[in-house]
Design a protein around this ligand. Structure first.
Ligand code: MSP
Length: 646
């Protein structure tokens, strides 16, 4: 099998941060996982170097665009090795072969009649580098950049995107895994339910020269998205190379939700026009925030990967990001959260298991793996290991990294309990129970070998150390191939090597002292009031104030399997949260996306059909003949998502 996995190519108007690092760690981990499964893999990342934003950034620094992009692009390519990210190709859109490929494709699409010249007036956002529709604006501003877009009229070239709208809808409907998680697929389908406009794909050289000249009109350069998306083809030598033939059919792109539209709409319609097969899958993840707020230069809370690696170590950063974020949803980074994961999951659970087990082996058998007793029917570790390998393989393949890791940690936790229940130190005192001791020690070390294998894609450096400690060559199939994920690969008589502790614990005291003392919350005082003042069904003003009502915008909705009544809603209020609402009998998922509704925002989360619901949507219950129906509450004019209802 073959795998082709890509990240977005990052703009060089900013230095790499946690968000870029996460996407690239995900792609690297997936590439390593597919290699473990025996695939021949190609993993590509790179930098996007044309366009208004870059030209502006270079201008600000008073250097030429080329000098500027060379410098920042190197910052990206230099960052990846520090995170143990090893792409097979690092592409730059200023590379000569990319420029030639873009021009070649433009000419092809133009000759086919899918590009035409026209006059256009639109609202242009420099931050997004694209024209926005009225519908996309919130209070007249770009919701992502909080700036009022400029009204621009100019003559430009347009790509007939609308021509391929129905083909794209059919493809998405016919291929449920084309865009995942499902909430993003629904978002795209909902967007496609309105007529698609054609895409402006040029910029006049009077306004911008830092771009690829159109091959059929040198008074224009190519719109940066039309240029950038083609990187996925250039990087594998489109159209004639062998690599293109083997990899294009299996292409999988990883992106965050910010660039869903270009990847789910522009790119597939471009491919349809070129007569190429569409990519296989688009994997869309959420945003990393920092301490619950948006990461931004102006707030000064941008998290730099190099600093994280310096503070916590590369494998801790890789593990933390993959374990902490549910792929598809937003997540919040905080120093406390990463320290907690490091101390608990890595130092306590994994690190202790490794050091306790190997220390006992060194003590009781001189560090030589013993032969387990064949007749011993102790299969507890082996049984769970088999299930964990199955779950792990499925979840890693589905980009559910946090679930795959949770499964692996079940195995670690059982192994730690296994030590306690079997008390090898007591067995060692009774020579007649040596056979039992050997089985227990073997089972523990075979579990360590399996952990070394399964954690490879996530923590490659640590796994090399673990393999070395177990006396296994780091490139041995025993720790680098899923074919060896069955029980019993570890050979008796293998000799351990002493290694240092895998994860030293981090001191949390210092941080705690610095934290500001917790304010006595008003809420606590109010709760007291509540108990004493409940008269005749009336509530006090204070009690009402305990309810936090907010306006939430529904950004995605999906049905819940096995429930006719419930819909899973993703809402912005203003942070993103999931609410399970009993409205499925009255609303289709696609009809509620985009609505602003009222919610109770401070309800204790509850699990409904296995999904954590973080709030409640308010709706009017209308009693009618033959039953009742629900009508969602709304505000009379659009307001920013998250506005408080007073
Ligand atoms: N150049 C375009 C992509 C062209 S791909 C053909 C671009 N570049 S970008 O530098 O803005 O990168 C956006 C991507 O960076 C996101 O899709 C995501 O992969 C990553 N992230 C940037 N900020 C992020 C967060 N705060 N959280 C998670 N990922 C984020 O768009």
């Amino acid at each position: 099998m073959t795998t082709y996995i890509t990240t977005p190519i990052y703009y060089v108007n900013a230095q790499p941060h946690l968000g870029h690092a996460y996407t690239t760690i995900v792609a690297d981990t997936y590439a390593r996982f597919r290699r473990l499964a025996g695939d021949s893999v190609r993993f590509q990342t790179g930098t996007d170097e044309h366009g208004d934003k870059i030209a502006e950034a270079a201008d600000k620094e008073g250097v030429s665009p080329k000098a500027y992009v060379d410098r920042i692009s190197a910052m990206f390519s230099d960052t990846w090795p520090t995170l143990d990210i090893v792409p097979d190709n690092f592409i730059r859109t200023t590379d000569a072969d990319h420029v030639a490929t873009v021009q070649n494709i433009l000419q092809q699409v133009y000759d086919k009649g899918d590009i035409y010249f026209d006059k256009y007036t639109g609202l242009y956002c420099t931050g997004c580098e694209r024209f926005l529709t009225e519908k996309e604006l919130v209070n007249g501003k770009c919701p992502d950049h909080q700036t009022v877009p400029d009204e621009i009229t100019e003559q430009n070239y347009f790509f007939r995107m609308s021509k391929y709208q129905q083909d794209l809808i059919d493809h998405i409907k016919g291929n449920p895994d084309f865009i995942t998680p499902e909430r993003y697929r629904n978002e795209v389908l909902s967007f496609l339910s309105e007529p698609l406009e054609d895409l402006c794909i040029s910029r006049p050289t009077s306004r911008l020269t830092w771009g690829i000249p159109l091959p059929f009109d040198d008074k224009f350069v190519t719109y940066v998205w039309f240029d950038a998306l083609i990187n996925y083809l250039t990087g594998i030598g489109y159209p004639d190379s062998e690599q293109f033939k083997s990899y294009w059919d299996v292409a999988e792109h990883v992106i965050a939700k910010d660039i869903l539209k270009p990847h789910a709409i522009y790119w597939p319609t471009m491919l349809l026009s070129m007569g190429l097969p569409l990519y296989q899958k688009l994997h869309v993840h959420g945003y990393w925030n920092v301490d619950e707020t948006k990461m931004s230069k102006s707030i000064g809370n941008v998290v730099r990967p190099a600093e994280l690696v310096e503070e916590y170590g590369v494998d801790c950063v890789r593990y933390f990001t993959l374990r902490e974020m549910s792929f598809g949803l937003d997540s919040s980074f905080s120093a406390d959260a990463i320290v907690a994961r490091k101390n608990s999951d890595l130092a306590n659970d994994l690190g202790n298991l490794y050091s306790r087990s190997t220390a006992m082996l060194i003590k009781y058998t001189g560090g030589v793996i013993p032969e387990p007793v064949a007749s011993d029917d102790d299969t507890v570790m082996r049984d769970l290991a088999r299930d964990v390998v199955t779950t792990y393989t499925e979840k890693m393949g589905d980009f559910q990294f946090h679930r795959a890791l949770a499964a692996v940690w079940e195995l670690i936790s059982l192994a730690n309990k296994y030590i306690v229940t079997n008390e090898p130190w007591a067995l060692a005192k009774e020579p007649e129970r040596a056979g039992r001791l050997h089985t227990v020690l073997y089972n523990l070390h075979e579990t360590l070998r399996l952990l070394t294998l399964l954690l490879q894609p996530v923590m490659p450096g640590t796994c090399k150390k673990m393999a070395k400690g177990l006396g296994i060559a780091e490139d041995s199939p025993l720790v680098t191939s899923l074919d060896a994920a069955g029980w019993g690969g570890l050979q008796a008589k293998t000799e351990l090597t002493r290694i240092d502790a895998l994860f030293p614990r981090m001191d949390t005291k210092k941080k705690k002292q610095q934290a500001p003392p917790k304010e006595k919350t008003k809420k606590k005082q109010k709760q007291k009031v509540k108990k004493t003042e409940n008269m005749e069904g009336l509530i006090t003003f204070d009690q009402f104030q305990d309810l936090e009502l907010r306006v939430a915008e529904i950004v995605a909705a999906e049905p819940i399997k096995k429930s006719d009544r419930l819909l899973k809603l993703s809402v912005k209020a203003p942070e993103e949260r999931t609410i399970v609402a009993g409205i499925a009998e009255y609303y289709k998922p696609e009809d509620v996306v985009g609505l602003q509704v009222l919610i109770v925002a401070n309800l204790k989360p509850v699990k409904l059909m296995g999904i954590e619901s973080q709030g409640m949507v308010l709706a009017a219950k209308v009693e009618e003949e033959g039953g009742s129906r629900l009508v969602l509450s709304a505000v009379s004019a659009p307001v920013p998502a998250g506005s408080k209802v007073a």
